[in-house]
Design a binder for this molecule. Structure first.
Ligand SMILES: C[S@@+](CC[C@H](N)C(=O)[O-])C[C@H]1O[C@@H](n2cnc3c(N)ncnc32)[C@H](O)[C@@H]1O
Length: 219
């Protein structure tokens, strides 16, 4: 599915979020608290936007963007020539790194898309050093009245317009709303992080609760 929509993925993100998606990613980077020389693993990096913000906004030493879709990674590689960025085609459920390699493990709009979120959280935990932080940016279903109006737009308008822009009549953007609806809520995602071993789990809601950053620490 992501192979099909890779070419127009960024355009769709910008247009349909009214450019908020990049602000959500910047906030995620900010909450990761990267200090000079630290290492960052961005899982399900897609076209690399989150990894790119880590490169531009933090003094990280090494940033690895990992994704299982080569088409998305090809776009990422073209967009970001920064020397401390590396791109790797692999599964987030089997990260090809030794235990305790990274200071930050990040994931934007990825955990909802994997078959076994628990396995991916376990991999994030394993790949982190002690004291390392996991930051997950994910959609949630807003509950307030203005938030529910926003949700109506996401579930009824966006699938149609985004499908036209991506040239994808088969429904990748219908999948987006359906996957948010069926994925666990923000509180349950916090619990999954705790079950994976993360401590001090907290969350930061943005845009009426439509986008949420979850932060946890490997003690
Ligand atoms: C919605 S996109 C998010 C991309 C990017 N993180 C962003 O902020 O736009 C989800 C990405 O997850 C990737 N993905 C899905 N399952 C995966 C897995 N098991 N391992 C690695 N990447 C995966 C897809 O290829 C896709 O690029």
């Amino acid at each position: 599915m992501f192979e099909r929509i890779a070419r127009r993925y960024d355009l769709n993100n910008r247009l349909h979020s009214l450019w908020r998606d990049q602000a959500w990613r910047r906030q995620t980077v900010h909450l990761a608290g990267v200090t000079p020389g630290q290492t960052v693993l961005d899982l399900a990096t897609g076209t690399g936007d989150l990894a790119g913000w880590f490169a531009r906004l933090t003094p990280a030493g090494r940033i690895v963007g990992l994704d299982s879709c080569q088409g998305m990674l090809d776009v990422a590689r073209r967009k970001f020539p920064e020397q401390n960025l590396e791109w790797l085609c692999a599964s987030a459920a089997g990260v090809p790194f030794d235990d305790g390699c990274f200071d930050v493990a990040a994931m934007a709009f990825g955990i909802r898309n994997v078959a076994k979120p628990e396995a991916v959280l376990a991999e994030m935990y394993r790949a982190l050093k002690s004291g390392g932080r996991a930051v997950l940016l994910e959609f949630a279903q807003p509950t307030s009245l203005p938030g529910r109006l926003l949700w109506w737009y996401v579930s009824h308008v966006m699938p149609v317009t985004a499908g036209v822009i991506a040239g994808d009549a088969t429904g990748a953007y219908r999948y987006l709303a359906a996957s948010i609806r069926t994925f666990c809520g923000a509180a349950e995602l916090d619990e999954l992080m705790q079950h994976a071993g993360f401590t001090g789990v907290r969350r930061h809601a943005m845009s009426l609760g439509l986008a949420v950053v979850h932060v946890g620490v490997k003690s």
